[in-house]
Design a protein around this ligand. Structure first.
Ligand code: GLY
Length: 303
């Protein structure tokens, strides 16, 4: 099988000045993952490298570019799932680590658990010697200003961020190697002005992500509460199992979320045959796809 990668940079109404930064961010992360996949044929290393790159890029709401919660702090969620053995590692509401995806993978490989949250997750990260980042270095100016504006409002409707030109990223990647081994990964700073301790879909298996070599790998983005209610990743997986092609499975799952909970967001996936699919119901979702040595496309979801 020819190795394949699909990645996204969040589903929302991205304003024009941010189109180019999103496209170049997706392109460089895709190229980094492609190089690693071609050199190692290791889909875990490829997913980690892609997501770490996106977390380090302040354009995206993950790692360095994360939104601030109601307390003016950053709490991040991330997850990785390996489709050969169904192993999962995830962290939620973790603070001050540079790359939450790295800690999620350590949960997968070094513990008997799937998901660590809050202080427990940060404590584990410290034990494992991962890179930490001071709160003041996490808080990029864009998000500090956004926080000040939101904090001055009487009522903040978080769901509306996914419908309007307000920000709501999240990043995700799905990779299949030459042996048909599939890995999916996600990372996010969640939603702007969320309550402290709020956890979205991103670190929840079956909601924000799923990977099974016998079926497909999926990563989701969008309004986490809606994605959680319909178990969006699992919904797409079930549609693949029923024999739908990847694009149809992805769009069917997004349509289902819209009809059941008025949810907004998107999905990327690769099925066991190496076919990619994606769908979203927001104005944009930056997507990049690579097959072997070729970059198939990088666009804003409408190409
Ligand atoms: N999809 C990201 C979140 O709602 O946290």
């Amino acid at each position: 099988m020819v190795p394949k990668i699909i990645i996204h940079g969040g589903a929302w109404d991205i304003p024009k000045p941010l189109h180019q930064p999103h496209l170049s961010g997706i392109k460089s992360a895709l190229k980094i993952g492609q190089k690693i996949l071609l050199n190692t044929d290791d889909p875990v290393q490829a997913v980690l490298a892609i997501i770490k790159n996106l977390e380090d890029n302040p354009v995206f709401d993950a790692g360095k570019g994360s939104f601030l919660n109601k307390m003016g702090e950053v709490e991040m969620d991330a997850a990785i799932m390996v489709g050969s053995d169904l192993s999962v590692g995830a962290v939620a509401a973790i603070q001050n680590v540079q790359n939450p995806i790295e800690v999620a993978n350590l949960v997968r490989t070094k513990t008997e658990h799937l998901l660590l949250v809050g202080k427990g997750a940060s404590g584990f990260a410290k034990e494992q010697g991962v890179a930490f980042i001071k709160t003041e270095d996490m808080l990029i100016g864009r998000e500090k200003n956004r926080f000040k504006k939101l904090a001055g409002q009487d009522k903040v409707n978080i769901k509306s961020f996914f419908e309007t030109k307000k920000p709501s990223d999240t990043v995700g990647a799905v990779v299949i190697n030459s042996r048909g081994e599939i890995v999916a990964g996600t990372s996010t700073g969640g939603t702007p002005y969320k309550m402290a301790g709020r956890v979205g879909d991103c670190p929840i298996v079956g909601a924000g992500f799923f990977a099974d070599d016998l079926i497909a790998g999926v990563a989701c983005t969008g309004w986490g509460e809606g994605i959680l209610k319909v178990q969006l990743a699992r919904e797409a997986i079930d549609r693949i199992k029923l024999g739908n092609a990847p694009h149809k499975a992805a769009s069917g799952a997004v349509d289902y979320m819209r009809s059941r909970v008025a949810g907004d967001g998107g999905i990327i996936l690769i099925d066991k045959k190496g076919e990619v699919g994606f769908a979203f119901n927001t104005p944009f979702m930056p997507v990049g796809v690579a097959t072997g040595e070729k970059i198939d496309f990088v666009h804003l979801g409408i190409g």
